[in-house]
Design a protein. Structure first.
Length: 615
């Protein structure tokens, strides 16, 4: 939920850290701060607001040093004030820390330290943690055989219950930084004579692609231009160095006004990336390299539980329709935050699949770990190589969508839909799906990128439609069958981007209560482009709301007989396995244009963050 960064090298730390924080700002942007260390003096600059506010302060009052730590905050404990802004200092000023996560037992730590005479200035859990480190440091004998700085951090973390990704500096230990993680991501970047730490590898790929992804309960001790990784139990860890394949240029705007629009328009490419190397024409099926399951194991599965949050959860709902229809396997869909506590009955023939763009969503991670703890195999569909979920899953499928910087998930979502469609084909062809049906589906996949592009070409038309509805305060999205999850996603997109209250319903459900909401100021967005057997019923539902004064926007297959509506967005006819993907693009563009027309920050919507690493 926050972004942390650290640098130790020969260059001006502030420049490196500010560049990193700009790339981390999607993780939270309530406030930001930097601390650097030079000649055993810690310099600090913090600011409420986005990174640009901090930049203005630093321009007015530069801080020196070739090492330091930085943080961009999404508030969890304590309101958005400068006092609560990271970095936080120990009372004696010797330690400075940046923290992404939640120390659940911070109150008892604060109480213990208060009894030792410690005074606190902020409302944050992080300040308790950094003072605990100062406490242990003061208690470590100066002539201790073990490294005093490292031991004070280690002992403090052993007290912690909760999650953390941290970077810590100590005034008396210039040229040293300690990082550590538990449930919140932390990655080490290895440059030439310089080292980086960050919540997200994308923040330093401009400087190096040589990375080490830390695991839970690991600490990294950076000293000058070397580092050592150990566990909380003092076991040495051999660093597994990986070459990151993301190019930072791919994370730039490239002429688009917003990352969200750029990523909406990247969908044809993202869909091609999801499909690349996974279609087997000879056997009319799909192929995955990372499932780590034999065909017999896959055939023996008699139940699949999908778990995710937010937009990824909507992708799970589409997976339910497709896998039940084409592979005839019972599917259940669970919010990860509910599944982890629900104690669902699991048996060896149950497969759990988690979907997570970031691979760090704490509820999804916890749901996966709970299923694994009970002996259930878990596969992960994720966009983030080296993420915690990717590394802890028993197997999985990478999306290869490229960096998704906009907080609202767009290309990652349609990529997830493409992958679950491929999975439905793969599982179906292991069962009763015929070769002819398989080839039909493969034909649909091959048309997908160009069909997606043809819908993107309607962006100006959709912007015109959005302008007619920009002042509405409520909106309803309707769809049946595999269009119902798209209705939910459309409502979520509109909510999170334009702050308009929006709800998604199965179209037939309107009669059971929601139709009472229908009025001229509550337009209805109707997805009548799904399975043909429910097309006319969907139109009937639309006419029911029109009869009660609602304005309607319809997404429909080109030239289909849709009857009266206020606005229409035509999309190409598509196979059931890809129609949800195509129907999503109009609702994404509609939400984007509504957000821009209403002056909202579409890349960094209020109260949101890209990766929810707190519960
Ligand atoms: C998507 O538009 C939202 N920003 C949010 O619901 C997101 O899908 C959810 O937090 C899950 O994130 P993940 O895919 O990284 O796990």
């Amino acid at each position: 939920m926050c972004g942390i960064a650290a640098y130790l090298g020969q260059r001006l730390a502030v420049e490196i850290l500010m560049d990193a924080l700009r790339r981390l700002e999607y993780r939270g942007y309530d406030s930001a701060g930097i601390a650097t260390l030079e000649h055993e003096k810690i310099h600090c600059c913090r600011a409420v607001g986005t990174i640009s506010v901090l930049q203005r302060k630093l321009t007015d009052s530069p801080i020196p040093g070739s090492m330091g730590i930085g943080h961009t905050r999404w508030a969890t404990h304590g309101s958005v004030t400068e006092l609560n802004t990271h970095p936080h200092f120990s009372m004696n000023g010797k330690f400075a820390i940046v923290h992404n996560g939640v120390v659940e037992n911070f109150a008892s730590i604060r109480e213990f330290l208060s009894l030792q005479g410690y005074v606190f200035y902020s409302d944050t859990d992080t300040e308790a943690l950094v003072n605990l480190m100062a406490y242990h440091y003061a208690k470590e004998p100066a002539n201790a055989t073990k490294d005093r700085f490292l031991e004070s951090v280690r002992k403090s973390l052993l007290h912690v219950r909760g999650t953390y990704g941290i970077a810590v500096v100590c005034q008396e230990r210039p040229r040293e930084i300690i990082g550590a993680r538990n449930s919140s991501p932390l990655v080490l970047g290895i440059g030439k004579g310089e080292l980086f730490l960050s919540s997200d590898v994308a923040s330093f790929t401009a400087h190096t692609r040589d990375a080490v992804f830390l695991n839970d309960n690991e600490l990294v001790h950076i000293k000058n231009d070397s580092f050592a990784i150990t566990t909380l139990d003092r076991e040495e860890v051999e660093a597994v160095r990986q070459q990151v394949d993301w190019d930072t240029v791919a994370a730039e705007l490239n002429g688009y006004p917003h990352f969200m629009l750029k990523e909406i328009f990247e969908q044809p490419q993202a869909l091609e990336n999801a499909l690349r190397g996974r279609i087997e024409n000879e056997t009319a099926t799909a192929h995955f390299g990372g499932l780590q399951m034999t065909t017999d194991e896959l055939r023996s599965i008699n139940r699949i539980i999908f778990c995710a949050c937010g937009t990824a959860w909507c992708a799970c709902l589409v997976a339910e329709y497709l896998i039940e229809r084409f592979a005839r396997i019972p599917v259940e869909v669970e919010y990860a935050s509910e599944f982890r506590y629900r104690n669902a009955p699991l048996d060896p023939k149950t497969l759990v699949i988690v979907i997570s763009q970031s691979g760090e969503t704490v509820d999804t991670l916890a749901a996966m770990r709970e299923a694994q703890r009970r002996g259930t195999r878990v596969l992960a569909i994720t966009n983030s190589v080296g993420s915690t979920i990717a590394r802890e899953a028993n197997g999985g499928i990478y999306q290869h969508s490229g960096p998704e910087i906009g907080v609202a998930s767009t290309k990652a979502f349609t990529s997830q839909l493409c992958i679950v469609a491929l999975l439905a084909l793969h599982l179906g062809r292991l069962r009763d799906l015929s070769e002819a049906e398989g080839m039909e589906i493969i034909g649909a996949f091959k048309q997908l990128p160009s069909q997606a592009k043809s819908i993107l070409d309607q962006s100006a038309h959709i912007q015109t439609i959005a302008a007619r509805y920009q002042n509405c305060s409520d909106m309803i999205f309707l769809g049946r069958q595999s269009m119902f999850p798209v209705a939910l996603e459309g409502a979520l997109k509109l909510k999170e981007i334009s702050y308009i209250h929006a709800e998604g319903y199965p179209a037939a459900e309107m009669k059971h209560g929601p139709i009472a909401l229908v009025a001229p100021q509550c337009p209805v967005f109707c997805l009548a482009c799904g399975e043909e057997n429910i097309f006319e019923k969907t139109l009937s539902n639309m006419q029911e709301v029109r009869a009660r004064g609602a304005r309607t926007i319809v997404v429909a297959r080109e030239d289909s007989p849709i009857g009266a509506t206020d606005d229409v967005i035509w999309i190409p006819p598509a196979h059931a396995v890809t129609s949800s993907i195509l129907a999503t693009i109009p609702v994404q563009l509609f939400a984007y244009h509504m957000g821009v027309l209403r002056g909202c920050n579409v890349d960094k919507p209020r109260h949101l963050a890209k990766s929810v690493t707190v519960e």
